[in-house]
Structures are given as structure tokens and as C-alpha cells.
Design a protein around this ligand. Structure first.
Ligand code: TMP
Length: 219
């Protein structure tokens, strides 16, 4: 059995990540592959506690470096406890957001020094990196409208100024421009079925690239 691989689904808030990830999970299972679905911040008991602190709208004012380090701490735990063991066992890990989000939100949007953000990411990743970032690209105005339509309460990050979310969006596009082989940008303003279909195409290409050597059967 070969090593597994990791796909990240990321992008604008309200762009349809949950639906796309569900479809990817079904698709992997239909191919007989073992999928581990996870998310950031979160994915482990410690990470989920950190998520509460980071995203709860009632969290008191947080300084930017504390925010960066909390995302980093959740990721370090996630990589060691869940991601690396799954990859070693030949599974396909699908994460709702990962390290690219830290560059987009904490550097491009928040304005923290890029060297500092990369340092925290590297510390958390411990030499690991995901195989592909599927970015659902959507104007945050439309994204927030969708969140409102679903009747969901905005989290602490979503209550930032629109300009902050616009900068984060540009951050993903810039990262994709700099590392095109690690990013697939999908226009999420289209009907969701088209976005899902494109995402599954990206997944199929990754499966081909890994020679179908991943673990098969039930987890
Ligand atoms: P979501 O999982 O519902 O999309 O919420 C996660 C929020 O946290 C989202 O607004 C993006 C933000 N975020 C960061 O600011 N930095 C990070 O490193 C990650 C993983 C998420």
C-alpha cells in the first residue's frame, strides 16, 4: 500500500465548501478509497477547543499575533494527531481549509508580516504540505449573502470589515499565481453542480497522479 495524499478545500466564506467536500467524500468512497474528512481550525479535540476561541463572535478582542499562533497551534496538533497518521495509512485526507488560509487571512488580510506567518506555518506543518488546494473563489459580498440566507450567525472572522474579506480573497488568488501547481481556482459564482464537477475532476487527476496506491475499503 502506498502513501495517501491530502486535498484542501478553501476559499471565500459562503462559497459552498461544505457541499463540495461532501461530494468529494462520496466520490472517493465510490472509488473504493478511504477518506478522512476534517477541518481547520479544528479536526482534533484540542483543535476544536481552539476553534471555539478563534471563531466565537463573543470572544473578546484578540491581538493579531495571538490569533496567528492559535491557528498555528490547532494546525500543529492536527498534523501530528490526525493528518500524518492518515497519510501514512494510505488514506486521502480532505480538509476544510489549511495553511493557505493563514497566509490569506493573517498576512494578506490582517497585514501580519509574511515571514512571521510562514514561520508559524512551517512550525505547524513540520515539513508536510498538502498536495492540492481547491479554492472556491467568490466575491465576499455574495458569500456573506449566502451565509445570511442560510440563517447562520456570522463567526468572529466573518464579522470583520468587507475589505478584510476582499483582501483574503485576493490572498488566495495571489498564492495561486505564485504556486500554480498547488492550487486549482474554481469560480464559485457558477451553479454549485458545475463547481462540484470541476472539483471532482481535480480529485480524479490527483488519484491518477498517485497511481491509485491508496488504502481501499472501509476506514
Ligand atoms: P470556516 O471553517 O467556517 O470557514 O471558518 C473558519 C474561519 O477562520 C474563516 O473565516 C477563515 C478563518 N481562518 C483564518 O483566519 N486563518 C486560518 O489559518 C484558518 C484555517 C481559518
Amino acid at each position: 500500500m502506498g502513501k495517501g495524499f491530502m486535498i484542501v478545500c478553501d476559499g471565500s466564506n459562503g462559497a459552498g465548501k461544505t457541499t463540495v467536500i461532501k461530494a468529494i467524500e462520496e466520490h472517493l468512497k465510490s472509488r473504493g478509497l478511504q477518506a478522512v474528512i476534517t477541518r481547520e481550525p479544528g479536526g482534533t479535540p484540542i483543535g476544536e477547543k481552539i476553534r471555539d476561541i478563534l471563531l466565537c463572535p463573543d470572544t473578546p478582542e484578540m491581538c493579531d499575533v495571538a490569533e496567528l499562533m492559535l491557528f498555528g497551534a490547532a494546525r500543529a496538533q492536527h498534523v501530528q494527531e490526525k493528518i500524518l497518521p492518515a497519510i501514512r495509512a494510505g488514506k486521502v485526507v480532505v480538509s476544510d481549509r489549511f495553511d493557505a488560509a493563514t497566509l490569506s487571512f493573517q498576512h494578506y488580510a490582517r497585514g501580519l508580516d509574511i515571514g512571521l506567518v510562514k514561520q508559524i506555518n512551517e512550525l505547524a506543518l513540520d515539513g508536510f504540505r498538502p498536495d492540492m488546494n481547491i479554492i472556491l473563489d467568490l466575491d465576499p459580498v455574495l458569500g456573506l449573502e449566502r451565509v445570511h440566507q442560510r440563517g447562520e450567525r456570522l463567526d468572529r472572522m466573518e464579522t470583520q470589515k468587507l475589505e478584510f474579506l476582499q483582501k483574503a480573497r485576493q490572498g488566495y488568488l495571489e498564492q495561486a499565481r505564485l504556486s500554480p501547481s498547488m492550487f486549482s481556482i474554481l469560480d464559485a459564482s457558477r451553479p454549485l453542480a458545475e463547481v462540484v464537477s470541476d472539483a471532482l475532476g481535480v480529485v480524479d487527476e490527483l488519484i491518477r497522479r498517485h497511481g491509485g496506491q491508496m488504502a481501499v475499503g472501509t476506514p
